[in-house]
Design a protein around this ligand. Sequence first.
Ligand SMILES: [Zn+2]
Length: 238
Amino acid sequence: MSDPGAGGTGPAARVVEASRALAAAGQQDLVWGHVAVRDPDGRGAWMKASGWGLDEVDAARVLLVGWEGERVAGEGQPHIESHIHLSVLRARPDVSASVHTHPEVVNAFSALDVPLQALSHDGVPFVHPQLPRSPLSGDLVADRARGDRLAAALASAPACLMPRHGLLAVGGDEAEAVMHAVLLTSACRVMLLAAAAGRVRSSSDAEEVAAKREHVWPRRQLDAGYRYLARQRSAPSR
Ligand SMILES: [Zn+2]
């Protein structure tokens, strides 16, 4: 009865909260997109079951997915793309949570195939150095081989663009991973707005980015943003 998935602060509860936070931030794509939390006992990743929207996740809709993509605990079926998270968690011991979503503005920006620039606070975590782009096709990441290639492309970055598909964002915990997904989406939206209006003439240089990383995005600010999103959660819609 010591399953760490049970209880209000266990990994299943953290998946529920993070899923609702992503939904509150507008990251949902019908029933697709997910957040994974590393199992504290090293058995795999806790994720929502396939078929539910981010805003519908409750503890009964969260699974423990083993390292081969199989269900270890919980009800329902694992997402086909659980290998995204499994490969990243294998490759990045510093990562305890990862997010994969399909925001329209991220796909629109990725299709331009131009570097991301920090035109607002939100782009700061992803430039100098420039965040990576997945070399994979836009098809599903449905097996370990594709997951491992995506994790290799991510390398040590906080997020990765997945052209013709979506984004991957990671963090030391779910608050950081969710905020990276939310900030990257906002940064892509601002890039699209600017590019639609004209030529981009002003963006943060490396010096300004370094200062803003320290002043705008210390850990407590990421937490403050995440706690706000988590407070927006509403009752499950059954
Ligand atoms: Zn996907």
